[in-house]
Design a protein around this ligand. Structure first.
Ligand code: CA2
Length: 163
């Protein structure tokens, strides 16, 4: 069973590539297909392609996972611990404002994470102003469109390099 101690003690050999997991919450599979005035025209595939090119250039492996289900996101986070994922970038979608279980899972596996929102959640409805993920995040980016994912990746790459 993975816990914070075993995670931290797993060190990378020079031949092993660091791994980053990008998680997308509910309805983000609709990116580029609906509501372009809020979320833009890029699809999840476009976002992944851009991040993958940047990560590969730095010798880092990156994978993306989207789910509309809270349980599936939790299962993916729990699996990440035994897979040696070093950092998670997550846009929890509307679960940002409702889920206790997903941030619990992130804290449980003790994998550091960056929180990303495409829109500026503070300029929208009051119920979007609070995110249950932010207090334990290594960093939070919101309102910068899909550029937020690239900026989060750059920050993660800098932290991985230092480790
Ligand atoms: O701004 C963000 O990235 C959000 O996490 C997006 C969530 C929203 O509930 C959060 O408050 C802020 C919604 C994701 C839904 O994505 C769609 C994309 C295209 C069309 C419809 C929904």
């Amino acid at each position: 069973m993975s816990n914070s101690t075993s995670n931290k003690s797993k060190s990378r050999s020079s031949a092993q590539r660091a791994r980053i997991l990008v998680l997308h919450g509910p309805n983000l599979n609709l990116l580029g297909k609906r509501e372009p005035e809020i979320y833009g025209r890029a699809t999840l595939a476009d976002i992944h392609k851009g991040m993958e090119a940047r990560a590969r250039a730095c010798g880092v492996q990156i994978e993306s996972f989207q789910s509309n289900s809270e349980g599936e996101l939790i299962d993916r986070i729990q699996a990440a611990a035994s897979e040696g994922i070093e950092f998670i970038i997550i846009n929890p979608g509307a679960y940002s404002h409702t889920s206790i279980a997903i941030p619990d899972a992130l804290r449980g596996v003790a994998i550091p994470y960056m929180e990303v929102h495409i829109s500026n959640i503070h300029a929208r409805e009051a119920f979007r102003h609070h995110s249950h993920f932010s207090a334990s995040a290594a960093g939070v980016i919101c309102g910068l469109g899909i550029q937020g994912y690239e900026l989060a990746l750059d920050a993660v790459l800098a932290r991985i390099k230092q480790a």
